[in-house]
Design a protein around this ligand. Structure first.
Ligand code: SAM
Length: 163
């Protein structure tokens, strides 16, 4: 459910386009200790509490190999966010910044990303530290952190292009 918030001084909202064209599939849900946005960290920390990425069927087989990496990139849908504010006042002081210059959860497509520390895998659950989302936040994707990942597939011509 999207909870509407009042605009702060200087903030600007727009009419949301009605067309929605990305057929996202939630692959699981994230279990965290936080049930209030105000108590949730602004950004996760690697010494923060262990959180659970509960993967739904039919995606559980896709966990294979995740434990090779110590850091993962997690993408999630900040489902309680408004999506229509283009100028925001993070400090609530009338000074505004454009949404694309912020990591605010309020954005046209409220996708959150975090680099998390892998704690372990237990069946269909990936245990991690470093999240900053509400309990029950829908999970979009899990990938190895790009710094640790070397492509397994052979390179393609674009890999050698320089300017
Ligand atoms: N680390 C992510 C990023 O940088 O993309 C998210 C950062 S965002 C600033 C984190 C904040 O989003 C939290 O402090 C909380 O206020 C809010 N939040 C967390 N989970 C949410 C959810 N499911 N729906 C709406 N807002 C959420």
């Amino acid at each position: 459910m999207v909870r509407e918030m009042e605009l702060r001084q200087g903030e600007v909202s727009v009419d949301m386009p009605s067309a929605r064209d990305a057929g996202l599939v939630f692959i699981g849900r994230i279990r965290t200790p936080w049930t209030s946005r105000l108590a949730t960290p602004r950004q996760g920390r690697h010494d923060g509490p262990v959180c659970r990425l509960e993967i739904f069927e039919p995606w559980v087989a896709a966990i294979k190999g995740v434990d090779f990496y110590s850091n993962l990139e997690v993408l999630y849908w900040l489902h309680q966010s408004r999506r229509d504010i283009v100028l925001q006042s993070p400090k609530n002081n009338g000074n505004t910044r454009g949404t694309f210059s912020l990591r605010s959860p309020v954005r046209p497509n409220p996708i959150g990303t975090s680099i998390v520390k892998l704690v372990g895998v237990e069946g269909n659950v990936i245990l991690v530290r470093g999240l900053d989302c509400l309990d029950e936040t829908p999970l979009i994707d899990v990938k190895p952190d790009r710094c640790e990942f070397t492509p397994l597939a052979p390179p393609q011509s674009g890999d050698f292009e320089t300017e």
